[in-house]
Ligand binder design. Structure first.
Ligand SMILES: NC(=O)c1ccc[n+]([C@@H]2O[C@H](COP(=O)([O-])OP(=O)(O)OC[C@H]3O[C@@H](n4cnc5c(N)ncnc54)[C@H](OP(=O)(O)O)[C@@H]3O)[C@@H](O)[C@H]2O)c1
Length: 232
């Protein structure tokens, strides 16, 4: 049993990872922007009681993150895993000529600086054995598979993959695993109705990776949810 912090746990992949982690007996701190959340997460809270804790968490709010981390520290709490899941997909299919640079700034703020802020404030809490930091990335961040259009999203995920490698080199000696994981094209608000992958399926693979049950393949720590190497 580990304590797992998940950002963006209100819906989509985030809530499915919370559900999967709870079913496996982990304790989950579900980071949500709106604590009065409805739907699946509220049902999980009712089902699992104190095994699930809802925490107000906006990855763009560094002071709020610092406060939450300080309050957990004060309670003597620890973490086994952090899953940086929250992200936005803005300016889809927009050409460079039409790109609003504010969308780029916002995407970097949430998709890259968000995970960096979270790790900055919560890393010292990752003291449980075989700790893991999972950055939910995307095939859209793969330089080898670059496609036109999703500039803010794609580039923010490429940079997130670099953060994964840098962080890994910093914390490997503490026995902490750091991975960038492409969760597949999933049926969520972001992925849309036509997506082939059920987010619960991805959640299972990501939990297997976080628990060290699947050993990731490849030179760089960028894999899909089954542990298969993704092209950098
Ligand atoms: N869906 C796909 O096909 C796909 C493919 C590749 C990678 N991914 C990646 O998988 C992850 C999950 O995607 P998803 O499909 O579940 O997305 P989603 O359905 O759009 O859900 C996004 C989640 O992020 C949260 N969020 C957004 N801005 C936030 C902020 N500033 N602070 C904290 N939370 C914030 C949202 O919270 P609110 O409810 O408060 O808005 C929501 O919980 C993302 O990292 C995404 O890039 C998804």
């Amino acid at each position: 049993m580990a304590n797992i912090l998940i950002t963006g746990a209100s819906r989509g992949l985030g809530v499915e990872m919370a559900a999967e982690a709870l079913e496996r007996g982990h304790r989950v701190i579900a980071g949500v922007r709106d604590i009065a959340t409805q739907g699946k997460l509220a049902a999980l809270a009712e089902q699992y009681g104190s095994q699930l804790e809802l925490a107000k968490l906006d990855v763009s709010d560094e002071a709020g993150l610092a406060d939450l981390a300080a309050s957990l520290k004060q309670q003597g709490r620890s973490l086994g895993a952090i899953i940086n899941n929250a992200a936005i997909l803005e300016a889809r299919n927009t050409s460079i000529e039409e790109l609003d640079m504010n969308e780029v700034l916002k995407s970097f703020d949430i998709n890259l600086f968000g995970p960096m802020r979270v790790v900055k404030h919560f890393l010292s809490l990752v003291t449980e054995p075989n700790g893991a930091i999972i950055n939910i990335s995307s095939e859209a961040g793969s330089i080898s598979n670059a496609y036109p259009g999703d500039y803010p999203y794609g580039i923010s995920k490429t940079a997130l993959n670099m953060f994964t490698q840098q962080l890994l080199s910093a914390v490997k000696k503490q026995g902490i695993q750091v991975l960038s994981v492409h969760p597949g094209w999933m049926k969520t608000d972001m992925g849309g109705e036509n997506a082939p992958t059920n987010p619960r399926q991805s959640a299972k693979g990501i939990l297997d990776l976080a628990e060290g049950r699947i050993v990731p393949q490849g030179k760089f720590n960028f894999v899909d949810y089954t542990g298969k190497e993704m092209p950098i």
